[in-house]
Design a protein around this ligand. Structure first.
Ligand code: HEM
Length: 409
């Protein structure tokens, strides 16, 4: 069972599985949902809700369940623009042949990212650059800087790891945020035209950047350079789809990694570090703060996961968990409700399962651990900043929020 992660006084349970994402302690509610209504229709949400482990696995494996509504791979508000073109090319947003053509190849490419000593040094440098830029962006308010840092650090670190020149990190971060904001805007009932227009601009720029990185900007020996060479030798790789998905790595990392870093920092703030004991990896002992950070990130992945739910849409009628679903039905797949140890292959549910499972699990965990380590190395006063109970107002990703000003990051 997912452990309750906070020692807060009793607060009323969340109203439903969407409200649970930002609840101070949703885990008793999730536990009861998984036990009593493992797969049921929630009339107030207008969604099927899968919460028990069998139901989660059944939905995520069922070929009738697609990642986008039937006939709507691209959200209507983004159609006819660069952000829509980009969105429609993502492996995350496609099923069938478009997904099958790229997913194994991308998974293989991401598996080449090795967290050796030189890489950890590069990630640490990128994290310190993110810390400095968070200061420039937010000034002297520690909680606002920390809110900025948890989003910025994963993008800088991923950029450093892939081989993006450091001069571009700050702009890449701004563009990724703008594109993520446009996707969120497109899901609203009345999206604001300016936010969508900015998203189209950011999508154009990011894809152009990806093109330049793959063409010549990235130095020999970097992931981007090797990826370009690998794609050049593979007729099955469509270059336009490749550039979209390289940009997509950053948007995938944005919220999910921020949740890993922020929730780990909150966990450390609440449960004072049990003492920094260097971990013996068999090759060399890790720095004490990195060892503490790796433990905290691992606990968050299992007990306070960033990605709490995802969605599926019926592309054909299906019987799932003895319930009959119609074409067009939508399912909320509550990854955070399933017991931490009950996932197939013991991979934490927060990284998804089956065809669309996250190919970035390992690098994401390393990036987050280095982000947490940077805050520990900088002696951030987590007890003063990070113990609150607020979360960014999202319906799928749980990201601890430290600054209480609603206009903050
Ligand atoms: C470096 C950071 C990351 C990268 C590059 C990355 C990349 C990706 C990509 C490319 C996909 C699409 C796979 C597909 O549709 O077949 C994906 C899916 C997914 N990722 Fe990640 N990811 C990152 C971090 C994370 C983190 C930190 C989490 C959670 C803690 C996460 C959870 C997921 C989940 C749940 C899915 C599947 C969604 C679904 O099935 O609907 N990712 N990721």
């Amino acid at each position: 069972m997912p452990a309750a992660n906070v020692d807060l006084p009793t607060v009323p349970p969340p109203a439903n599985a969407l409200a649970a994402v930002v609840h101070p302690n949703p885990y008793p509610y999730y536990q009861s949902l998984a036990a009593r209504r493992p797969f049921d229709f929630d009339a107030t949400l207008g969604l099927w809700v899968a919460a028990g482990p069998q139901a989660l696995a059944a939905v995520l494996r069922d070929p009738a369940c697609g990642v986008r509504p039937v006939g709507a791979t691209i959200p209507a508000a983004l159609a006819n623009g660069a952000a829509g073109d980009w969105f429609g090319a993502l492996i995350r947003m496609n099923d069938g042949p478009a997904h099958a053509a790229m997913k194994p190849w991308f998974t293989g490419r991401l598996a080449t990212l090795q967290a050796d000593g030189a890489t950890l040094d590069r990630l640490r440098d990128a994290s310190q650059a993110a810390c400095a830029d968070a200061y420039l962006a937010q000034g002297d308010t520690p909680a606002a800087r920390l809110d900025d840092f948890v989003f910025r650090q994963p993008i800088y670190a991923l950029a450093a790891w892939l081989g993006v020149p450091s001069s571009q990190w700050v702009d890449v971060y701004d563009e990724v945020r703008t594109l993520v904001a446009a996707m969120a805007e497109a899901a609203k009932p009345s999206p604001r035209a300016e936010a969508l227009a900015r998203g189209h601009g950011a999508a154009t720029t990011l894809r152009q950047r990806a093109m330049h990185w793959l063409d010549n900007d990235a130095a020999p020996g970097t992931w981007l350079h090797d990826t370009a060479r690998s794609a050049a030798h593979d007729d099955a790789i469509d270059y336009a789809v490749l550039t979209a998905n390289v940009a997509g790595l950053f948007t995938q990392a944005h919220d999910a990694c921020a949740g890993l870093v922020a929730n780990s920092l909150r966990r450390l703030a609440r449960h004072a570090s049990p003492g920094a004991v260097p971990v013996d990896t068999g090759r060399q002992a890790l720095p004490a703060n990195l060892a503490v950070a790796i433990t905290a990130v691992g606990e968050v992945i299992r007990h306070d996961p960033p990605v709490q739910n995802t969605r599926r849409f019926l592309h054909a009628p299906a019987v799932i968990g003895e319930r009959t679903l119609a074409r067009g039905d939508a399912i909320l797949v509550v990854l955070a409700a399933a017991p931490a140890g009950a996932a197939p292959n013991d991979v934490a549910w927060t990284f998804g399962h089956s065809a669309h499972a996250c190919p970035g699990r390992s690098p994401a965990s390393t990036i987050a651990a280095v982000g947490v380590q940077s805050m520990l190395d900088n002696n951030a006063d987590l007890g003063a900043i990070a113990t609150g109970a607020a979360y960014h107002p999202l319906s799928n990703v749980r990201i601890a929020r430290f600054h209480d000003d609603a206009s903050a990051v």
